[in-house]
Design a protein around this ligand. Sequence first.
Ligand SMILES: *[C@@H]1O[C@H](CO)[C@@H](O)[C@H](O)[C@H]1NC(C)=O
Length: 193
Amino acid sequence: MSMSKIILLLLLLAPLRMAAASPDCAPGREPGMEASFACSQMWLLKAEQDLCVRIMAWGGVDMSVSHKEEETGYVSLAAWFAVESFEVTRIAARNQLNHNTSLSGEERRAYEGCMKDYALAGRSITRVADEMLPSCRFTGLSGEYNRALNSIVSCMNRLSALARVNTPLYPMVLADQDKAVLAYHLATLIGVV
Ligand SMILES: *[C@@H]1O[C@H](CO)[C@@H](O)[C@H](O)[C@H]1NC(C)=O
């Protein structure tokens, strides 16, 4: 299977996995929240609100005003979106290291550092999406989101320090940073600060 097919498969499977694992952390407490309302919280910047709506569409969430879901579902979806995106970026970094002979020495060192950052970021955000949210374990969530975000920022700093400003990985890491921030900010819905 080609790499692009594998990535496509990852992206297609994620919403299904999320739907299957959609947690109900407030049983009996009706009625939850509309997705459009969740995405328009005042603490979210306009760009974050737009990204939030994109994530809901990716997860196949019904955006109509008559449809409400428990907040943890939305938070979980944003975390899964980050999981998949981080994985795609990590694969892209590895592909560049393996196949791009035009990378400079300092680019190679930065990409190798980023591979380590992304391993840590992936571990933290996967723990959030796959372990903590599904079991409604909110203690320590903030720390885990922080670790994920800090690892992405660490990679961002490596790339920002490069002489070549438009290194191929840069836009992907920039987008991952936005996704990590949004996932964290959206978790405010379930009391994570
Ligand atoms: C390979 O790396 C160089 C240097 O950063 C970059 O300009 C080029 O776009 C990369 N090639 C591909 C196919 O990504």
